[in-house]
Design a protein around this ligand. Sequence first.
Ligand code: RNT
Ligand code: ZN
Length: 413
Amino acid sequence: MSRFESAKAMYAEYGVDVDAALKTLATVKISMHCWQGDDVVGFEGGGALSGGIATTGNYPGRARTPDELFADIDQAFRLIPGKHKLNLHAIYAIADPMPERDKLEPRHFAKWVDYAKSRGLGLDFNPTFFSHPKAADNLTLSSPDAAIRRYWIDHAKASRRIAEYFGRELGLLSLSNVWVQDGYKNIPADRLAPRRRLMESLDEVFAEKLDKNCVADAVESKVFGLGLEAYTVGSHEFYLGYAATRGVLPLLDVGHYHPTEVISDKIPSLLLFFDKIPLHVSRPVRWDSDHVVILDDELREIAKEIVRTNALQRVMIGLDFFDASINRVAAWVIGMRNMQKALLYALLMPHERLATLQDEDNFSEILALQEELKLCPLGDVWDRFCEMNETPVRASWLDEVKRYEREVLAKRG
Ligand code: RNT
Ligand code: ZN
C-alpha cells in the first residue's frame, strides 16, 4: 500500500474523506502579494519604504523591474500547487512616464492584466498611501490639510476603478483594499477629529458606485505602526463600525492586533454580519513584523474557522509579509504552501462529529480527537496534492529555487 493509501485509510477511521478534501483544496485561490518580491519598493523609482512599515535584510536578488518581478512570480508559482491570484499595489504601475498616484488609470496596469491573463491568475489591488512626499508626516486621508486629503481621496478613487477593471478583464472579483498608516508618535490632543476626517474622506472615496461583480471594497485596520506608536486613526473599532455601516468589508491582518489577540476567533463573528471577509495572513513576531507565514497554531486555527464555517468562498485569503533577509522566491513559496497545508489540515478533520460532541458537552472526546488528529499523516496527503498539481513534492522545490538563484537572481547587480 502506498503512503497515500495508508494515510487515506487512517483518516477514514476518523470519518474523514481524503479525496473530497483534496478536491476542495484545489478550488481555493490565495492572493499572493507581489511586494515580497522587491521589498515593497515598487516602480516609481523613489526612495525608501516609509509609512510605519519596514523591510529588513539585504539578501541579494531583489526584483528591480517589471520583467524581473514577472519572472520571479512565475518561478514561485511553478512551485505552488493550484491557480491563484496576485495582489498588487499602486506603486507597481507600469508606465513611462509614471503618473502621479492621483492620476493613475486602468491602462497603467494593462501589462499586469496581460500577464495575469496569460497565466490564468486573478488580480487584487491596493492604493499606496505610503512612501510618498505627500505622506511625509504620515497623514493622508485624515490629514487636517484639505489639499493633502484631496490628493489621497483621488488616489483611492482611481484605485477602485483599477480594481474594477481587473475584475472585468479577468472575470474574477478583485479586492480593493484601503490601508492608511495615519497616526501619531505622541499622545494626541484630539482623537476624534482625525477619525471624523478619515470617515468623511472614505465616504467620498466609496461614493462612486462600481460594478459589484468586479470589485469588492475593503478597509484594513491596525493597532500601531513604527514611529506611530501612540495612536492609529484607522483602528479596529473605527473600521469595524465603518464597514458595518457603509457596506464595505473589514480586512483582518494577522499582525494588526495586540500580541495575544487572534484573528481566528474574529472570523466566525464577522461571517455573521458580512458577506465576505478578506484576510492578510502574516506572522507577527511580538509586533507587526511581517515574517514569512509558518504552519503554526494560529494559522491552523484560521484555516479551521474558514473550513468549518463552510466559508472557503467567502473568506478572501491573501498573504502579507516582506522578508528581505532570505531568498524572496523561497519566502513566497513557503508562505503559500503553508497556507495551503493549513487548509488541508483543516479539511482533514471530522468537523460535524466534533461539533456534535460539543453540543453533548463531551469536551474530553473533543480534546482527545483534536490531539490525535495532529499526528495523522497530513504530509502524505499534501504530497499527493503536490503530485496532482504537478508541483515538486516535499523539499524538492528548494532545488528549483537554488537553481533559479544561481542562474537568475545571482546575476542581478
Ligand atoms: C501594513 C499593512 C498593509 C501593508 C501592505 C504593503 O501594516 O499590513 O497591508 O503591509 O499594504
Ligand atoms: Zn496588511
